[in-house]
Design a protein around this ligand. Structure first.
Ligand code: THU
Length: 139
């Protein structure tokens, strides 16, 4: 991926953490999802007093895009940390990886986890979620 594009996605994901609604965990997560049409969809985590309705930043971004008719994606950038401090990488949870599996090609979809604009790692959905169950299994 183009370095400028990666930096743009990291910047956007970091800014999304300002919108995280995290009164329980105080763990802020931001995401920037790149659609194949070139558009970027953002997401933050949104918690709930009943806990289970909590929505992760990644799924917020996916559901915003899909709800607008966009279903093809190239990459997602995820950042997160306690009180918004990026002391480590914030890896997508299993549920979010499953949602990625629904809309993304595991061989090519890139997951970017970042600590800053200069510190990031990239891996494919297949690396993050090997032997995943997806739409092809029901075809
Ligand atoms: N969280 C995300 O937003 N994305 C993930 O992939 C992992 C976890 C959120 C959910 C919850 O608001 C907080 O991080 C602590 O689990």
């Amino acid at each position: 991926m183009d370095k400028k594009r990666i930096e743009e996605m990291i910047d956007l994901a970091i800014r999304q953490m300002d919108f995280s609604y995290v009164p329980y965990s105080h763990f802020r997560v931001g995401a920037a999802l790149l659609a194949k049409n070139g558009k970027l969809y953002t997401g933050c985590n949104i918690e709930n007093a009943a806990f289970t309705p909590t929505n992760c930043a990644e799924r917020t971004a996916f559901f915003k895009a899909v709800s607008e008719g966009v279903k093809e994606f190239d990459a997602i950038c995820v950042v997160g940390g306690k009180d918004g401090f990026l002391t480590g990488y914030a890896y997508p949870c299993g549920v979010c990886r499953q949602v990625m599996m629904e809309f993304c090609d595991p061989d090519t979809f890139q997951i970017i986890v970042a600590k800053s604009k200069d510190e990031y790692k990239i891996y494919t959905l297949k690396e993050a979620f090997p032997e995943g169950f997806g739409p092809a299994d029901l075809a």
